[in-house]
Design a binder for this molecule. Structure first.
Ligand code: IVH
Length: 668
């Protein structure tokens, strides 16, 4: 390669790599896999090696990508937060071992750990108290996310132990377990919000939320795998981590001391498949020299230490043919594209379908029918199409085009600005919307009517017996029993189930109505705020938006639902059938010694658990809040109240009560 060409290519690569870094660290929306990213980085590294005159100090080969955002205060790291070199083959690991042997003059002991796929965090403890939690940022300074990190239960706010250094730094990885990730996406889907592509992005996005109260509702967790400080308990990594475990930190549960490279390679091999059984994502193994003296001798480059390396397992991928795309219409009219694939074996299961999310995804991939598509499965997530092998495309295959009309009823589709999904607005007459709405109404999480499954609902609809949920309550037992596929027993079951549903809790009925963006959690919030459907029918968008976590999108959707006279008629008929739409009277809930007060609790308590004290506040009519602000009535301080909260209370002149004083106040 000539110097001019190398220069041009290096500039191109730097620009592309910087863009991908921004997508990954700041937007949490990567469009290429880590593996593809490393290929780009390796190419740039090779050019810079051959043409050292082309190296620039700000080249992405010289520094780590930055997650710094404007919303947080930036804090400098006392010890820079480096990244690790990535390798993809055992040979590269052996080379790493050889380099080390050469520098040290002997083969050291290694520690192998799993490489957690989350977001790195640096926790500073001073005199046993968590003083700061900072993201990696650009490696030199990161975002101060202490308030958010304090909500993570497995991260101790205070630690005490005999051998605890007065000041130390614990580093690790914040992640979201698969279950939490799936629940979070389910909530987002029910609210029509864009889904997170994987648990790592969801964790990264959550950690950068501005409201710690929302962070507290997300099940983030953390493994801490690196202890730094001036007075450490031991001069080797393994014993330091064991000491930290003794102090109460959640350290890696998989950690192995390896005598030499052979043991390192067998650790890597043995975890390749085993790791998939873990309830969280791992993407490789981190190999570290155990002795800190040897680590100091080996030193670091500007970007990564020479005493550690990451071995990354390739994500399991398969190539198959795209046969067709179904555009499925959901109960709220959302149109979701689902790819039908030539069946292929991937990570132990046969894959026939893959999700395509929305029209943006199709455009991004530039999909054609008959394409050879690359599908990938990470952890337990449903497979997705991550790429297309364009070279194998035949000339005449047609492009996959998102329809502009509903594939079921032909109505032009609508896309609300700022939303990723298209939906069919023909709420009343689009067949799958009608049946899916009824199916949702009777489903387990809604009114849970036994005997009324998907098939039965569809059969009743096709026979013209039901057109909406109110029609269900006009069904008669003899009428059902005379139907082909139902007998006396099923008919009785259905009728009993329907009768029982009349007195189901109010929030379930609200959820059952299937209002767009009103999922289970939102329904509970609204049902708590409006204890009667008539109040809700009359509520203005502003009144709705005043409820916690209810934004303009949800309130507009509720208004739209109740301004439709057909919906009002259905509610009238349900009421006539004996259905009540009321919750426990609000008065009983809010009247109490703490009515109208907003209270912040901080620290740990003698007589209450954390959730217990909040429940006590709410039972007494108060509101428990996570952050100190001008509207805080007072703070209840337990043991080890956070210094930041104390300072803020002092600044705003907010009273701070002890646990004893609080209990006394409740009694009064
Ligand atoms: S040790 C000096 N151990 O991987 C590097 N890192 O690509 C100290 N990671 O920045 C890091 N699991 O965010 C270490 N068991 C583990 C890890 C781990 C995941 C992350 C970490 C690091 C990145 C490097």
């Amino acid at each position: 390669m000539k110097l001019v060409d190398a220069k041009k290519r290096a500039e191109e690569l730097r620009k592309t790599i910087n863009e991908h870094n921004h997508r990954y660290y700041v937007l949490h929306q990567p469009v290429i896999s880590d593996f593809e990213f490393d290929i780009l980085l390796n190419e740039l590294q090779a050019i810079e090696k051959n043409f050292p005159e082309l190296v620039t100090p700000d080249s992405p080969t010289m520094r780590v990508g930055s997650d710094v955002t404007e919303e947080f205060v930036q804090v400098e790291h006392v010890w820079p937060m480096l990244s690790l070199g990535n390798t993809y083959s055992p040979e590269e690991i052996v080379d790493f071992g050889e380099r080390i042997k050469k520098t040290l003059g002997y083969e050291p002991e290694y520690v192998c750990e799993l490489k957690y796929d989350g977001v790195s965090i640096s926790l500073t403890y001073e005199n046993g108290t968590l003083a700061r939690a900072v993201t990696r940022g650009d490696g030199l300074a990161g975002d101060d996310v202490t308030a958010n990190v304090r909500t993570i239960r497995s991260i101790p706010v205070t630690v005490s132990a005999k051998d605890l250094p007065s000041s130390f730094v614990m580093r690790g990885e914040i992640y979201l377990p698969h279950k939490g990730f799936e629940e979070m996406n389910a909530v987002r889907q029910s609210r029509g919000e864009p889904l997170f592509a994987n648990p790592r992005n969801a964790a990264a996005g959550t950690l950068k939320l501005l409201d710690p109260r929302i962070v507290a509702t997300r099940p983030l967790n953390c493994f801490l795998y690196y202890l730094l400080g001036d007075q450490l308990p031991s001069d080797n990594h393994y014993d330091n981590i064991m000491a930290a475990r003794g102090w109460g930190f959640r350290t890696p549960d998989v950690m192995e001391l390896c005598k030499g490279m052979d043991e390192v390679i067998s650790f890597i091999t043995s975890w390749e498949h085993e790791r998939r059984k873990l309830p969280y994502d791992t993407d490789g193994v981190v190999v570290k020299v155990n002795s800190l003296a040897a680590q100091r001798l080996l030193g670091s480059t500007a970007k990564s230490p020479r005493w550690a390396i990451a071995y990354k397992y390739a994500a399991e991928q398969a190539v198959t043919e795209l046969l067709s795309v179904d555009f499925q219409v959901g109960r709220t009219g959302n149109v979701t594209p689902v790819a039908n694939l030539r069946p292929v074996l991937l990570a132990g299961t046969t894959v026939k379908r893959a999700s395509l999310h929305n029209s943006d995804q199709i455009i991004l991939l530039g999909l054609h029918y008959g394409d050879s598509v690359i599908i990938e499965k990470g952890g337990e997530i449903i497979p997705k199409i991550v790429g297309v092998d364009r070279e194998r495309r035949s000339g005449q295959s047609g492009e996959v085009i998102f329809p502009d009309r509903c594939p079921e009823c032909g109505t032009p589709l609508v896309r609300t600005e700022g939303e990723a999904n298209h939906y069919c607005p023909n709420y009343l007459h689009c067949p799958p919307q009608i049946t899916r709405r009824i199916i949702h109404f009777v489903s387990r999480k809604a009114l849970d009517i036994e005997g009324l499954g998907e098939e039965t609902v569809e059969m009743l609809w096709s026979k013209g017996l039901i057109h909406n949920v109110a029609d269900l309550y006009d069904l008669r037992q003899e009428q059902l029993a005379s139907l082909e596929r139902l007998g006396d027993k099923s008919a009785l079951n259905i009728i009993t189930g329907l009768r029982g549903s009349l007195s189901a809790p109010w929030h379930r009925k609200l959820f059952a109505l299937g209002i767009r963006h009103v999922g289970e959690t939102v329904a509970k919030t609204i049902a708590a705020g409006f204890t009667d459907i008539d109040m809700l029918v009359e509520a203005t968008e502003e009144q709705l938006a005043a409820l916690p976590e209810i934004g303009p999108r949800i309130s507009a959707s509720i208004r739209e639902y109740f301004s439709d006279k057909d919906n009002i008629e259905i509610i009238r008929r349900l009421k006539a059938a004996g259905m009540t739409f009321t919750g426990p009277a609000q008065q009983a809930k809010t009247a109490g010694p703490l009515s109208g007060k907003t209270i912040v609790v901080s620290g740990t308590f003698e007589g209450f658990s954390r959730d217990g004290i909040k429940a006590a506040i709410e039972a007494a009519g108060g509101k428990a809040s996570a952050s100190v602000s001008g509207s805080t009535s007072f703070i209840v301080a337990g043991r080890d109240m956070g210094p930041a909260k104390r300072a803020k209370a002092l600044e705003l002149g907010i009273p701070v009560l002890s646990e004893e004083e609080f209990v006394k106040m409740m009694k009064e």
